[in-house]
Write a protein that binds this ligand. Structure first.
Ligand code: BG6
Length: 509
């Protein structure tokens, strides 16, 4: 028997979740995301028979890729996994992938794009429905949205049912810029047309946090300040900045990963049960969590930057040596925060979060660390009981997705010795491997008009409200000890010291 067994077989995919015919228009299609994630995800939906056949894709970018775009996307789909080269559905799908060269600030480009889309409607029966995907650098968001509005492309026309837009992160740079961007977008699109994407919400394991909490009755009773000692969230990456020097110099880790991905995970862990799984109900509960987070003291916001090192015998550059990064850069590639959520459920339970580039390994996980039992009956030979580990639930978001419950068990023998043991659930063991990359669900939901797994205006502003004071404080207090952790390690010592000050340690991962 495998350690993880599926007892109830999963239901067949619900056929009623098929969206209307539409064109997916990807601005910034020459970037990595389109080839590596978006097209493979769309094709996985085709394979799953989740899309109607009247779906077309138009890539839009400045570089003229008219001849190479479709074949390049075909390569991307194959490399994306789960697809054979001679898959009979692949050629008909790639036939409906087109490319449009334009500058995002050129009004004529929007005219010709509009004409192209109308001709695709004629040819492929896409019925005028449009999903505009903004996979561009944030400085182009306003231009594109403004021009879509001016050119009459932001509202359904001529019998079409809907026009929607997906906006990639980062959504703003701080609270003020996020508000300004929200205002601009809302001038052109109604809130129910806007899908602010955070690809973490597309991850099965992130969605499973809600299932774990709200589809089971045995965990919810202990999911509060009476039983939980503290919660840790780690989002560690082994990779560095992957050639994105200019972006990283402006963003930094807090903006890139914590304001969005980590805060989304935190909200799922901490939220109250929503009244339904409708977008408005779920979002309302998430926003309540973020708004209950108290201002973060400067000593509870640790920043780090990786220095050069050797990993597996290979020399690895420090952040300051990366291409197009200042040799005196103050940008953080690591951050650790201690958060307090002041509400009935969580008052007094610290949430420790850490995320970083070039850490010891790639691992995103949440640990719910429980309190020790009120009375420790079992003593060791020295008469002490502090060797007994507390219980925890660890939710591994990636890789090796799964959930572990740790508890104490009696070691066989004449004395009452206790060892920590794990009960393990593994996604791959239970459900088999998956080639989904997380964008499948989000693209499908956007086409269906379901915004449950997307960020809302209020949510984005709430998370920026938490992060902006930290960023402002960091901007006015330069660091003198960067780089403060060697690439390939678990971050700066200041982060361990923050835990130690509370008598705790990061869980060894
Ligand atoms: C992106 C960040 O949003 O998320 C990247 O811009 C980061 O810097 C990536 O590497 C992490 O995503 P994942 O799915 O690999 O954890």
């Amino acid at each position: 028997m495998s350690p993880t067994e599926v007892v109830t077989p999963p239901p067949p995919a619900a056929p009623e979740r098929k969206p209307d015919p539409c064109i997916v228009i990807i601005f910034g299609a020459s970037g990595d995301l389109t080839k590596r994630k978006l097209l493979p995800a769309l094709y996985h939906l085709v394979q799953g028979n989740l899309l109607p056949s009247e779906i077309a894709v138009v890539g839009v970018a400045r570089r003229d890729l008219t001849k190479t775009f479709a074949p390049d996307m075909q390569d991307g789909v194959i490399a994306g996994g789960g697809v054979e080269k001679d898959d009979p559905r692949l050629a008909p799908f790639i036939e409906k992938v087109q490319y449009h060269t334009m500058n995002f600030d050129d009004p004529n480009g929007y005219d010709s794009l509009k004409t192209l889309l109308a001709s695709i409607d004629e040819k492929f029966g896409t019925k005028g429905n449009r999903l505009f995907y903004l996979a561009v650098a944030p400085e182009y968001f306003s231009d594109i949205i403004g021009f879509l509005g001016k050119h009459g492309m932001a509202k359904p026309e001529g019998g079409a049912k809907w026009v929607r837009t997906i906006i990639e992160k980062p959504f703003g740079h701080d609270l003020l810029s996020a508000r300004a961007l929200n205002d601009e977008v809302n001038k052109v699109f109604d809130e129910d047309q806007i899908f602010r994407i955070d690809h973490y919400l597309g991850k099965e394991t992130v969605q499973n946090i809600l299932v774990f909490r709200f589809a089971n009755s045995i965990f919810e009773h202990v999911w509060n300040r009476n039983y939980v000692d503290h919660i840790e969230i780690t989002a560690a990456e082994a990779i560095g900045i992957e050639g994105r020097g200019p972006f990283y110099e402006q963003a930094g880790l807090l903006r890139d990963v914590i304001q969005n991905h980590v805060m989304e995970v935190l909200s799922f862990i901490a939220m109250e049960p929503p009244v339904s799984f409708e977008a408005a109900a779920v979002r309302a509960e998430k926003v309540k969590v973020w708004r209950a987070i108290t201002p973060i003291a400067p000593e509870h916001a640790v920043r780090g930057q990786y220095g050069p090192s050797t990993i597996d015998g290979k020399a690895v550059l420090g952040y300051r040596q990366e291409e197009r990064v200042s040799p005196t850069s103050q940008t953080e590639t690591y951050a650790a925060l201690k958060l307090e959520i002041e509400n009935w459920r969580w008052a007094g339970v610290p949430f420790y979060i850490r995320a970083g580039k070039r850490m010891a390994k790639r691992l995103t996980e949440v640990t719910i660390m429980f309190k020790q039992p009120p009375l420790r009956l079992f003593k060791n030979k020295e008469g002490k009981s502090d060797h007994i580990e507390p219980n925890f639930i660890s939710m591994r978001i990636q890789p090796d997705d799964g959930i572990t419950l740790r508890f104490g068990a009696k070691v066989p023998g004449p004395s009452m010795d206790i060892a920590a043991v794990d009960m393990d659930f593994s996604y791959a063991d239970a459900f088999g491997p998956s080639s989904n990359n997380g964008y499948e669900r989000l693209l499908l939901d956007a086409m269906l008009g379901d915004a449950t797994l997307f960020a809302h205006r209020d949510g984005v502003e709430a998370t920026w409200t938490i992060m902006t004071p930290i960023l402002e404080n960091w901007a006015k207090t330069p660091v003198s000890d960067f780089p403060n952790y060697p690439a390939g390690t678990w971050g700066p010592t200041a982060s361990d010291a923050m835990m130690k000050a509370d008598g705790r340690k990061w869980r060894k991962l």
